[in-house]
Design a protein around this ligand. Sequence first.
Ligand code: ZN
Length: 267
Amino acid sequence: MAQRGTAGWRLAHYGEPCRAPRQSVPFAGSSISVDARAATAFQALGILIQAEYGGTDSTQTGAYNCRKIGGTNTWSAHAWGLAVDVDWRLNPMRLPLTTVIPASLRAIKTRLKTVDTRVPVLRWGGSWRTPDPMHFEIIATPVEIAEGLELDGLSAAIQPKETPDMIKKGDHGPTVEWWQERLLAWQADSLPEYGADGDFGDETERAIRRFEAEQEINQRGVIDLVRGAALMAVTSDTPADLTKLFSSERTTRNLRRSAPLDDWPAD
Ligand SMILES: [Zn+2]
């Protein structure tokens, strides 16, 4: 078997380069095009980047690119949409290591794992012999990613068809209040009557549906990983508390069947 993370391994598990079904995902202020089967992993990385690094420069950040590795005849992970480059001017490929990626994100391999087989999902290019600190790439197979993902031991992968609602109408408490504050950061008049009162009622649902319409996400009126990531991407001025994002007891279920995310249009 080809070693994980090599072009041969990608060919075996993801098929031919430049042919994969792709999906756009929000990524800390940018929108990136990635292999749809790895979209949840990039969403989780985007949320971490947003919280621990800050917004990215969309003109300096990208994923899918049908190309070979510079100076070689080997296909790049970008040709499969299985790698993202973050702010390339600030994180150049060079020696010595030159980067603004914080230590917490450099350790992505130990932080984001599959639920059952505990396989690392992403690795960081800054630890290579010739450091490429802008670069994060997928090292788990589609089948492994479909198990569901754990971020720092908390279940992070929400497959819409399996666990449709992370937070929905009728819920109440500090997690609801936290998301209502995100809605207010998106549009100050989004909750005109009740504000961030910690009760998920009709007004909160209407606000989320307006947000979904604006972002061209399928309208469901709930907060799940897809909508949460999108909402955080557009309200990057506020620091994120990931424990609140992923602490819902509804997210602790193990997910075994693959269900493609249908929320983002393929490009
Ligand atoms: Zn790269």
